[in-house]
Design a protein around this ligand. Structure first.
Ligand code: BMA
Length: 850
């Protein structure tokens, strides 16, 4: 259909070798050339060649710091069948170069690159030859590059002790972060191809969807064209006035039935009127209906064979969803809210922050996106925030979010630093923003453009402002001028927010709980309950990766809390002391082994997130969002993630899934008084009956009451003062409250575990190796607090349907086992799954240390 002839250079016919100042590189690398892959990066090429180890293993990260310090040259050859000088336009197009590079064809410089976040397009008809061509892409050391730019543009404050990443438009966390290693890489990170393109082509389709009234909608289809004749070195859209171009747009429903089709001159915006479409809703609020939108670019310039016919130059398809999106920030009695309104319905945002899921952007697979986003959806989330220190995910990420009903909060790539605004950096950011906004506009899941992560806060509250020289730029114009202008021009139907945290006013405290979005890092665990922010876009608690994941990365002798390898994997401020020792010693009797410590560290994270998320949900609609830090990981290190880098769910994942249930029963204190809240996010009334009890920790019931209640759709009820209902505890250390509806249980303890007199856990654990539904049955003979079945320790990658459940004496619970694909339950495994020690619970870390 299209007029574009392409030669793909995305293959493994490449080599890479170190160039420039190579004095400090290992002997076996000097003068050597290694096979390379495109897309890919130098680290993965060197790993394949056996020159460096996977940085995720042991101390491999330290041994390869030289890789980011030298320049690297990629080289390939390709054959051009025609005489290129006869082609009016021949291009080298590249979807991503990481990052600072000079590109040469047959020895002639054809272009440069300095931004990983937009594609590149270089005209090559002058440099190309008929027959064999040699292409060289020489990347500058990213570490040296940022140092040189820093020297030129002036030092600026940056978070942590990291290399000054703001001086390059490259994935910031590649230089190290408080959850990841330093692996500043280079490479060709997108598809690369030669394109002979003599006529205009479609660059982007930007469908902007408006509801005109009630059930009448209009899709304004903006089509950005790229015109070859311009011979531009950029992919900025252009239209050639000399050529008569027509756009034909067709909208089809999910069964392929045409709803409307329309043609117009290519300089016009095509408006499609649609009545009563099926709407796209975030998960939990309705279906994710999608429609197929196709655009054809046609010309009346007739090829000799086709008289009077329109001739297709290019064609594209995309999927769209009908939904409206606004953010309510109208000042109210408390300050100003931050509430997503989709299709006129206020939605409590339940979600998590997304970081790059692999160390190298080119390693992310479609399956990995699917695995992680499905995990988010299964945890009852409806929002993912793409955090600004990584990279803009690939199209597949957004397609999945559309399908799963996960709203996307999209940061521009700025994080925790002051950024230069000088040219050519400023224009490079503009090009990046234009490309990304145009690329993502059509996705119904994308509901917010956000200027960046913690940059305004850092300037305002981390002492960064004071460290800047007079009149030194810090990024302000990006957040307040450039980015909102680009969004308004290209995607006027999606809201823009300058940064997060942000109060809504440039000069007021960005973490004011009463205004806008907040990041809660100044409080932990029970302290979350000291404030009720309007929207929490980040808060979290650290834990180690699953034990099986640590075992895969470290030798057994390193599995100690303070071993060199474990300390090497702790990158957070103040280290293990603040992240683990302090909270664990405050809450639990001391662990006596690494395995016990590991369980407690993961339990502490689960408790912290449950408290935070349930507290915030109980305070809806004053608070309208809770995004935890962070969904995923990029290596086997301590972090705030709830799913580790091998995709294994930590204990906190289960606590989060429960805390985000569409109908949640939770006990939260009002002042000192434990109060039962029912949170109903569904579209239906929640009519139910609960049993509320006060018991001794040995299981004896002291008070019991039944209550019936109706919670209207999308609302929260503080239904019961449990002190009035069940009486005051006589001994705080040996009593608990629990409220139950069917399988759902909310519990309240009057003290921290290490003060409690919990009994020795008594239970029967049975494993039923049923082929279709392998499962455990646990019968409790005593109270069992926060029980976990640590199946992942005996069967790496295995998980159960529920963790951290609390049972009363004589209760039985059935929990399903999920085994990793490709594993089978042999006799030996079945035996290990039957051992009672598989079950661990908080009883063992109480005052009685049972
Ligand atoms: C927030 C994030 C990240 C960081 C996390 C944990 O500030 O934006 O920069 O990893 O906290 O410290």
């Amino acid at each position: 259909m299209s007029n574009i002839a392409t030669i793909s250079l995305s293959n493994d016919d490449w080599t890479v070798h170190a160039v420039g100042n190579i004095a400090k590189i290992p002997d076996n690398v000097q003068g050597e050339s290694f096979p390379a892959q495109v897309p890919g990066c130098v680290h993965t090429d060197l790993m394949r060649a056996g020159v460096v180890e996977d940085p995720n293993l042991g101390f491999a990260e330290e041994a390869q710091s030289w890789v980011g310090q030298c320049d690297w040259e990629y080289q390939t050859t390709f054959i051009l069948p025609d005489d290129p000088t006869e082609r009016s336009s021949l291009f080298l197009r590249c979807d991503g170069l990481d990052t600072a590079a000079i590109i040469k064809l047959n020895g002639d410089a054809i272009g440069e690159a300095e931004n990983m976040f937009h594609p590149h397009c270089y005209p090559i008809h002058k440099a190309a030859l008929a027959g064999r061509n040699e292409l060289n892409i020489r990347f500058r050391s990213p570490v040296r590059h940022v140092r040189e730019r820093e020297a030129k543009l002036g030092w600026r404050p940056v978070n942590g002790d990291w290399t000054p990443y703001p001086f390059i438009r490259k994935m910031a966390c590649n230089f190290g972060w408080d959850w990841g290693p330093k692996v500043p890489t280079v490479g060709i990170c997108g598809d690369l191809r030669i394109e002979a393109c003599d006529a205009p082509r479609i660059e982007h389709i930007r469908p902007l969807i408006h509801r005109t009234e009630n059930d009448s909608w209009r899709v304004d289809v903006h089509v950005d064209l790229f015109h070859a004749c311009e011979n531009s070195d950029s992919v900025s859209p252009s239209i050639n006035a000399k050529q008569a171009l027509v756009l034909r747009t067709t909208l089809r429903d999910s069964e392929g039935r045409t709803i409307i089709t329309q043609e117009a001159d290519s300089s016009k915006i095509i408006s499609l009127d649609v009545t009563s479409p099926k709407l796209w809703w975030p998960a939990g609020y309705g279906e994710q209906h999608m429609y197929d939108l196709s655009v054809e670019l046609l010309t009346a310039d007739k090829p000799r064979s086709q008289k009077n016919a329109l001739h297709t130059l290019d064609a594209r398809r995309t999927r769209i969803g009908f939904r409206t999106i606004t953010i309510d920030t109208e000042p109210d009695a408390l300050g100003s809210p931050f509430s997503f309104i989709i299709n006129d319905k206020p939605i409590f945002a339940k979600g998590a922050n997304w970081i790059p899921p692999t160390l190298f952007s080119t390693d992310v697979t479609r399956d990995l996106y699917a695995q992680l986003l499905t995990a988010a959806r299964d945890a009852n989330m409806n929002m993912i925030r793409v955090w600004g220190g990584g990279f803009y995910p690939h199209d597949r990420f957004y397609e999945l979010c559309d399908e799963l009903g996960l709203m996307v909060w999209q940061d521009f790539m700025f994080a925790c630093a002051t950024y230069p605004e000088e040219e050519p950096y400023f224009s490079s950011v503009e090009k990046e923003a234009r490309h990304q906004v145009a690329r993502l506009t059509g996705h119904p899941s994308v509901v917010l453009w956000c200027g960046g992560n913690e940059c305004v806060w850092a300037h305002h509250g981390w002492g960064f402002k004071e460290k800047l020289a007079e009149n030194q730029t810090w990024g302000e114009r990006f957040y307040h001028e450039l980015l909102p202008a680009v969004c308004e021009q290209l995607d006027s139907t999606t809201p823009y927010w300058p940064n997060t945290p942000y109060s809504g006013e440039p000069d007021t405290d960005p973490i004011d709980p009463d205004r806008g979005t907040r990041h809660t890092w100044d409080r932990r665990i029970e302290e979350y309950r000291e404030i009720v922010p309007r929207f929490v876009a980040e808060f979290g608690h650290q834990s180690p990766p699953n034990l099986s994941t640590l075992t895969a990365a470290l030798p057994p002798n390193e599995l100690q809390i303070d071993s060199r390898a474990m300390v090497h994997r702790q990158r957070a401020t103040a280290g293990n002391g603040v992240q683990f020792q302090e909270p664990l010693s405050e809450w639990f009797a001391p662990p006596t082994s690494f395995n016990e410590w590991h369980f407690l560290a993961q339990l502490m994270q689960a408790r912290a997130l449950s408290i935070g998320l349930q507290w915030l949900r109980a305070h809806s609609p004053r608070c309208m969002g809770a995004l935890l830090w962070q969904l995923n990981d990029c290596w086997a290190g301590h972090s705030w993630a709830i799913v580790d880098h091998l995709g294994r769910r930590k204990l906190a994942y289960h606590a989060v899934r429960h805390s985000f249930e569409p109908r949640l029963l939770t006990i939260q204190p009002i002042g000192e008084i434990p109060t039962l809240f029912a949170v109903n996010d569904t579209n239906d009334v929640w009519s139910t009956r609960i049993t509320a009890q006060r018991r001794t920790l040995s299981g004896e019931t002291l008070a019991k009451q039944y209550f019936a209640f109706d919670v209207p759709p999308q609302s929260v009820y503080a239904i019961l003062n449990l002190q009035d209902a069940l009486g005051l505890p006589t001994k705080r250390n040996s009593e608990l409250l629990h409220c139950d509806i069917g399988e759902q249980r909310a519990t309240w303890l009057f003290n921290k575990d290490k003060e409690l007199s919990l009994p020795r856990p008594a239970y029967d654990l049975r494993f039923i190796p049923d082929k279709c539904k392998p499962r455990f049955e646990i019968t409790a003979h005593s109270i069992i607090l926060d029980a976990a079945l640590l199946v992942d320790r005996v069967l790496p990658g295995a998980d159960v349907s529920e963790q951290l459940f609390t049972l009363m004496p004589n209760e039985t619970k059935s929990v399903n086992l999920r085994i990793p694909k490709g594993t089978s339950l042999d006799k030996e495994t079945i035996q290990t799954l039957t051992q009672p020690s598989l079950l661990v619970c908080a009883n063992s870390f109480s005052a009685t240390r049972n």
